[in-house]
Design a protein around this ligand. Structure first.
Ligand code: SF4
Length: 340
């Protein structure tokens, strides 16, 4: 539904500028922003998707993926339509490119989202599937209520959000998984129609704002899989986010406008996994690679298997009170003991 938008200013002559994400769109009367869900009507900016859900499911938190955040729990997951990126390999393009009149939309108000999360036995709410930043008015109201109700809150995001709205929601946002889609501006410009630098800034800000952060890097053959680029990315993680930040290197499957690119070879992913470890990342993971133990959390100190994952089935036998049961090393896992 339509509601007043936040984070914009008038630029005269019935024109507005939206400041929600780094596109900072200038929108003329009757026009839409790049995301397709914020509209200038008579010199005022509105969100067209307040409470409009295209996708609703109770998902394992591991699916987001978040591996160091309430392992083994379910997140009530909500998505809407639109996106501020135009990725050629988007896996959710049917909703990311859909308009607010999308046929399947179901309205779920913030109070209802909290109720449904509880009814379905979820411990938290995740805004996911498409980009939650562009849903700010709704996710902000919902996150506030969710925190009051004792639920955790999660963004699965491309990280393209300005500083002010990120700071706005930070007190009510427990965790983020941010996609760093490549470590070169050329890729962002050509494939996503966006910029890398603001994404990196969001990751650093999330850390500063005490939001639990995990990063996903989808490895696309020939686009972002060079050893140099991956090494630079890993060094940036270690230097700016810290070596304990979990990093998910995910396997690419051809989709949308990138069906001419092949699936990521396992050998490439294994090479990258080793580079990540060499560079100092303590918790690298491989996504969409079944078997081989690359989804498991190993103790960086003694090598003990702390958390075993097999698909979405989890065993926490190797960890107790946040410590490795074998050597007592602290494994940074957010659980109920952590309260925001
Ligand atoms: S949120 Fe949408 S309208 Fe606002 S700046 Fe970003 S793309 Fe443009």
């Amino acid at each position: 539904m339509q509601k007043d938008a936040r984070f914009w200013k008038t630029s005269g002559d019935k024109k507005v500028q939206c400041h929600l994400c780094p596109h900072n769109c200038n929108i003329k009367d009757d026009g839409l922003g790049i995301c397709g869900v914020r509209k200038n009507e008579n010199g005022k900016l509105y969100t067209l998707i307040y409470g409009s859900c295209s996708s609703v499911a109770a998902d394992p938190i591991e699916k987001k993926p978040l591996y160091h955040f309430y392992p083994g729990t379910n997140a009530f997951s909500l998505g809407t339509v639109g996106c501020n990126f135009k990725c050629e390999h988007c896996q959710n393009y049917s909703i990311a490119t859909a308009s607010p009149e999308y046929f399947y939309i179901r309205e779920i108000m913030p109070e209802q989202a909290v109720e449904l999360a509880r009814e379905q036995g979820c411990q938290g709410i995740a805004w996911t599937y498409n980009e939650p930043t562009i849903w700010h008015e709704y996710s902000f109201d919902s996150a506030k209520l969710a925190k009051k109700a004792g639920l955790y809150t999660v963004y699965v995001s491309n990280g393209y959000i300005n500083e002010e709205p990120l700071k706005d929601i930070a007190p009510f946002l427990d965790a983020m998984n941010v996609d760093v889609k490549a470590f070169n501006e050329g890729f962002y410009k050509k494939i996503c129609k966006a910029r890398l630098e603001p994404v990196l800034q969001t990751c650093e800000r999330a850390k500063e704002l005490n939001i639990h952060l995990e990063v996903t890097y989808l490895v696309i053959p020939g686009y972002n899989d060079s050893i140099d680029e991956v090494r630079q990315f890993c060094s940036w993680v270690v230097e700016k986010l810290g070596s304990s930040t979990p990093v998910h290197f995910s396997r690419f499957h051809p989709d949308y406008k990138m069906t001419n690119v092949s699936i990521t070879p396992i050998e490439t992913l294994l090479k990258i996994y080793n580079i990540a470890k060499e560079t100092g990342i303590l918790y690298p993971y491989l996504g969409n690679v079944p078997h081989g133990g690359y989804e498991n959390t190993m103790c960086p100190s003694c090598g003990n298997l702390c958390i075993e994952r097999y698909g979405y089935s989890i065993s926490l036998n190797g960890i107790k009170d946040g410590k490795c049961v074998k050597c007592g090393n602290t494994i940074p896992i957010v659980t109920d003991k952590y309260k925001k």
